[in-house]
Design a protein around this ligand. Structure first.
Ligand SMILES: [Zn+2]
Length: 57
């Protein structure tokens, strides 16, 4: 089953990075290290603002 990718703006530094919606491990902001996605076994809990969604093909 394919998943989507989100462009997430970090709540701390507003850096935007692409995050898979079903992450297997925590994803941290590459700039400040703030955790922006928590694995849940399904769709990740996203911290910060989702600015864009990219559908996987
Ligand atoms: Zn950040």
């Amino acid at each position: 089953m394919a998943g989507n990718f989100y462009a997430v703006a970090c709540p701390d530094c507003e850096n935007e990075q692409i995050v898979f919606e079903k992450v297997a491990s925590e994803v941290s902001c590459v700039v400040c290290g703030h955790t922006i996605a928590h694995p849940t076994g399904g769709t990740a809990t996203i911290e910060g603002e989702i600015t864009d969604a990219v559908e996987a093909r």
